[in-house]
Design a protein around this ligand. Sequence first.
Ligand code: PXP
Length: 237
Amino acid sequence: MPELGVNIDHVATVRQARRTNEPDPVWAAALAEMGGADGITLHLREDRRHISDRDLQILRQTVTVKLNLEMACNDEVLAIACGVKPDQATLVPERREEVTTEGGLNVFSQRAKVAEVVRKLQDAGISVSLFLDPDPRQIEEAARLKVAAVELHTGQYAEAKSGLPQQQELEQLQAVGAMVFGLGMTLHAGHGLTYRNVRPVAQIAGMKELNIGHSIVARAIMVGFEEAVREMKRLVV
Ligand code: PXP
């Protein structure tokens, strides 16, 4: 059964809309744990558009499940990560103009930089995951970099029309997932997963961790954070 990592970035997005102190992602993380979250995921972006340094510091002290920090290959954030020591760092691409993370990391275009960041994180005792498109060439390169895990980008699956197009995207995730597994890395997935589309991804052979944010935060507005996490946890089997 995969673990559920709850991404709390969008709790901070609502807070930042008013530059105030509520809702507090720290509080949301506690409720997520009570709803059954196996991990708390947050993205400390270079532009600090949602999660702040304060959030990361407090969450490191309060979260009792796995703390997964999404981050770009950025020296400032790398230094913070090595100091705070999340349990896991997931390397993602980052562009200031994007609404959310667009596409997986391209390991080829910045191989030396990715290798350096991976090594520094590992030296600090942090397990490293790479957020990659379901592209076999990227997966082979990840194995060469000796990372512990690969998080497959499920955005194209999530955006595909239901029926054959979505089925084809799922088959791609299944095939590349088997490759991740076969190369000795742990298989994770995330991005765009919802209460409606999560099950087939949760059932991919070897799937170990799903990171889900927007859909849970959207549902939480209607039913409360703890209940929204509990409902998602029931589907991730
Ligand atoms: N995984 C990664 C690497 C991401 O960048 C994001 C978005 O921050 C997610 C998972 C969660 O995506 P969503 O908010 O669409 O569930």
